[in-house]
Write a protein that binds this ligand. Sequence first.
Ligand SMILES: Nc1nc2c(c(=O)[nH]1)N[C@H]1C(S)=C(S)[C@@H](COP(=O)(O)O)O[C@H]1N2
Ligand SMILES: [Mo]
Length: 252
Amino acid sequence: MSILSRRKLITTGIVATAGASGLVVVAKLAKRYGLIPPDSGGIYGPGETLTYAAQRLLTRHSLAREFSRSQMSAKPFANEVAPLGDDFKTFQQGAFADWRLAVDGMVARPSSFSLAELKSFPRRSHITMIQCEEGWSYIAEWTGVPLSHVLERVGALPQVRYVVYRSFQPDWWESIDMADSLHPQTLLTYEMNGGELPVGFGGPLRMRISRQLGYKSVKYITRLTLTDNLKKFGKGLGSSSPEGGYAWFAGA
Ligand SMILES: Nc1nc2c(c(=O)[nH]1)N[C@H]1C(S)=C(S)[C@@H](COP(=O)(O)O)O[C@H]1N2
Ligand SMILES: [Mo]
């Protein structure tokens, strides 16, 4: 949590310097521009709103730092995941030929894509750092199709405000706003460091969110749902993270 709490400290510092009137301005702006995060209730709620609103007002289009090839980590660390089970093994034995990405919700054309189809779409790579909330990090090259391209392809409706993404592991699901969904570094990745994305790192398909902590980069993606309202998903807090005590917005 160190990065998050440091960020909160900085944002809180800015606001403290700006004085009480500054806080009122941020709250008003947040409301006016719909910058209230789904986990804005509870004791950390005002802090979450402040962090999210300030970030979106100041850095909506900013890029995560990209590194050079020589800075890539020699030994990236794959965080352990819960056992994937026999159904996953069956997919794996078939070289994931049967893996599908379903796209539904507020779209003109609900769709389902194979990996081969996703790989035939425009591809982008970036060498960025992934940081776990527990403190460790590594730098790797990620390659995949920009999420924005998939959204365009399925005909995202103009009312869409969030993309919910789900994993083969039902306990792992997240959502992001349109600033991140349309962000050029947000990729549905299928390659890492120039090779196939290993299962340990989320293969065959992993959402890579470059500007947020590692837990937003969910592994084993199976479904995207476009929505204007996060209340109907899980406990209504936007993702599984706030249900476990972590922030929905994890700007790193
Ligand atoms: N499906 C799934 N996605 C996941 C996780 C997980 O356990 N299952 N762990 C998350 C966490 S907490 C982090 S920090 C990163 C770790 O990424 P890495 O294994 O590439 O280091 O993946 C995230 N995505
Ligand atoms: Mo993590």
